[in-house]
Each structure stands twice: as structure tokens, then as C-alpha cells.
Design a protein around this ligand. Structure first.
Ligand code: ZN
Length: 150
């Protein structure tokens, strides 16, 4: 399932990428462009904008009503399903696919020294090369997700 997210839902876009969904989020797109891209790429629109949700062209559309991220995730609970999905599916910056960084030496210059020594597993974005590891921020997000999706 692929999504396109309106400008008001940037944080939700980040979360969905962490969950591994292919999410297009581009602040420069206007409503018409957003709907057109959704059609071209067969993406489900996620929006808080009634103007977008009401348009006929926006056929596959999820309308989110709350403005808190945890509530938004809860609204999408049915779609997201179990909380057992692995986090870190896609790059939160650019939506690129994440792959295991096998060679730890390559990672060394990309992360702080203590991170390199503390964590064993790293992921790297195929597109922008951003490096990810399972730090405290990651654990916090995982806990939040488990609470929301329970
Ligand atoms: Zn990236």
C-alpha cells in the first residue's frame, strides 16, 4: 500500500515511513498536484483537508480528523494492523529503502563515535545514504506505537 500525505501531516508521514510504507510527502505540492500524483502512482491520499477529501478525483482517500500524532495513528489502527511490524522500513527523510549496512567500517565516519561502539546493527538509506540505528529515540517510538496499536 502506497500513500501520499498532505502538508499538514508531516509527522504522520515520518511514522508511516518508519513502518515501512512508501509515503510521498512534498511540501511544495498544491492540492491539485497532490491528487494528480495520487492517481498517477496509485497512492492512497491521507489528508486533514476537507477540500481534498471532498474532491471526486481523490477517490482513494483517508480523512484524518485529529491533530495529535498518537490520535492520528490510532485513527489508522485498522489499516496499520498489528504493532509487530518492524520499524525502520523507509528513510524518514527521503522515503528511500533502508538496507542493512553490512560493513561496519563504512558506517564509522557517518555516526558519532559512541554510537558506533554502542550499537551492532545499522541501516542505511539506498537513496540519500542516511544511517539509522536503534537508539533511545527508536525505542521510544516503538513503545508509543505498541501502546497506540494495542
Ligand atoms: Zn534517505
Amino acid at each position: 500500500m502506497k500513500f501520499i500525505v498532505d502538508v499538514m501531516l508531516g509527522r504522520l508521514a515520518t511514522w508511516l515511513r518508519l513502518l515501512g510504507y512508501d509515503v510521498l510527502y512534498d511540501r511544495s505540492m498544491d492540492d491539485r498536484q497532490l491528487i494528480r500524483r495520487a492517481q498517477e502512482e496509485e497512492r492512497t491520499i491521507i489528508t486533514r483537508d476537507t477540500g481534498i477529501a471532498r474532491r471526486k478525483a481523490a477517490r482513494h482517500c483517508i480523512f484524518v480528523t485529529s491533530d495529535r500524532i498518537t490520535d492520528q495513528l490510532a485513527e489508522m489502527k485498522q489499516l496499520l494492523g498489528s504493532s509487530e511490524r518492524p520499524l525502520r522500513g523507509r528513510c524518514t527523510q527521503c522515503n528511500g529503502e533502508l538496507v542493512c549496512a553490512d560493513n561496519a567500517e563504512d558506517i564509522r565516519e557517518c555516526v558519532p563515535e559512541y554510537v558506533y561502539h554502542t550499537y551492532a546493527r545499522f541501516l542505511r538509506c539506498r537513496k540519500c545514504a542516511k544511517v539509522y540505528w536503534e537508539g533511545s529515540h527508536y525505542r521510544h517510538m516503538k513503545e508509543t506505537l505498541q501502546q497506540v496499536l494495542r
